[in-house]
Design a protein around this ligand. Structure first.
Ligand SMILES: NC(=O)c1ccc[n+]([C@@H]2O[C@H](COP(=O)([O-])OP(=O)(O)OC[C@H]3O[C@@H](n4cnc5c(N)ncnc54)[C@H](O)[C@@H]3O)[C@@H](O)[C@H]2O)c1
Length: 254
C-alpha cells in the first residue's frame, strides 16, 4: 500500500456514491483522514465503515449552510482540509434541454454547478490556512461533448470545466491546485439510472450497447479507475498540474 496522504485531511462530497466512495476509501487507505459528506445518510455511513477515523456530515451539496457546516466540522474534528473531491452530482432527466421544466433545470444546476462552487468556497480558506491544497471537481465527457440524451447535464458539466479553470487561475499563486476529471460512462448507480430512462429492457440493452461502443476500449470504466486519477491530482506527483480537465474515458474523446 502506498502512503501518499499520511497525516493529510481530505473532504469528499457525494461520498455515498460510486465515485465519491471509491475516492474516499483510497484516500483513507493511503493515510488521509476524511470528511464524508452526502445527503444519503445510510450510504455515507457505509462509506465511513470502510474509512477508519473518518467523520460524516449529512446535508445538501447545494445548500451554502450545509456545505459550510461540513467545512466547520472538518476543521474542528480533523484539522484544516487540504484535499477536496467534489463528487456530488445528479444526472437529471434524459430529455432535450428545452423539454425540461424550470424547477428541474434549476435543481440540476444547483447541485452540479453551484454545489462545487460552494464546496470550493467553503474549503479553500482552510487550504490557505494549511499553505497548500488540491481541489478536484467532477465534470464528465458530457462536459466536453454535447449530449442528445442528457442535454442539461452536459451543460452543467461544461460549466464545471470552466469553474475548474477559473478557480485554478484564482489560486495558482497560493499553492492550491484545481483540476477536474471527465469520466466517460462508469459502472454504477448513476449510469444504471441513465439506462433505465431509455425505456423497456430491450431499449435499455440497446442504449447500453450504443454507449459501450462509443468508448473505443469497448467497455465502461470502473469507479476505482476514476479514483486513481483523483488521487493523482491530489498527490504531490501532480505538483505542476492545475486547471486541467482529464478524460478517463477509454478513448471516448480521442
Ligand atoms: N458514473 C458516471 O458514469 C459518471 C460519468 C461522468 C461524470 N460523473 C460524475 O461523477 C460524480 C459522481 O458520480 P457517481 O457515479 O458516483 O454518481 P452516484 O449517483 O453514484 O453518486 C452521486 C452521489 O451524490 C450524492 N448527491 C446527489 N445530490 C446531492 C445533494 N444535493 N447533496 C448531497 N449529496 C448529493 C448522492 O446521494 C450520491 O451519493 C457526479 O458529479 C457525476 O456527475 C459520473
Amino acid at each position: 500500500m502506498r502512503d501518499r496522504f499520511h497525516g493529510r485531511v481530505a473532504a469528499v462530497t457525494g461520498a455515498a456514491g460510486a465515485l465519491g466512495r471509491a475516492t474516499a476509501i483510497k484516500l483513507s487507505r493511503e493515510g488521509a483522514r476524511v470528511l464524508l459528506f452526502d445527503r444519503d445518510e445510510n450510504g455515507v455511513r457505509e462509506t465511513a465503515a470502510q474509512c477508519p477515523g473518518s467523520v460524516t456530515v449529512v446535508g445538501d451539496a447545494s445548500s451554502a449552510a450545509d456545505v459550510q457546516r461540513a467545512a466547520d466540522v472538518a476543521r474542528k474534528e480533523l484539522g484544516p482540509v487540504e484535499l477536496l473531491a467534489a463528487a456530488a452530482g445528479i444526472l437529471g432527466p434524459a430529455k432535450p434541454a428545452i423539454e425540461l421544466d424550470e424547477a428541474t433545470w434549476d435543481h440540476l444546476f444547483a447541485v452540479n454547478v453551484k454545489g462545487p462552487w460552494l464546496a470550493a468556497r467553503a474549503f479553500i480558506p482552510q487550504m490557505r490556512e494549511a499553505g497548500r491544497g488540491s481541489v478536484v471537481l467532477f465534470s464528465s465527457t458530457a462536459g466536453i461533448l454535447g449530449s442528445p440524451f442528457l442535454s442539461a447535464y452536459s451543460a452543467s458539466k461544461g460549466a464545471v470545466v470552466l469553474l475548474t479553470r477559473s478557480l485554478a487561475l484564482n489560486h495558482a499563486q497560493e499553492n492550491i491546485r484545481v483540476n477536474c476529471v471527465c469520466p466517460g460512462t462508469i459502472e454504477g448507480p448513476m449510469t444504471e439510472s441513465s439506462f433505465v430512462q431509455a425505456g423497456d429492457d430491450a431499449a435499455q440493452e440497446e442504449r447500453r450497447k450504443v454507449m459501450r461502443a462509443r468508448h473505443p476500449m469497448n467497455r465502461f470504466g470502473t469507479a476505482e479507475e476514476v479514483a486513481n486519477a483523483v488521487l493523482y491530482f491530489m498527490s504531490d506527483e501532480a505538483s505542476f498540474t492545475t486547471g486541467t480537465a482529464l478524460p478517463i474515458d477509454g478513448g471516448r474523446l480521442a
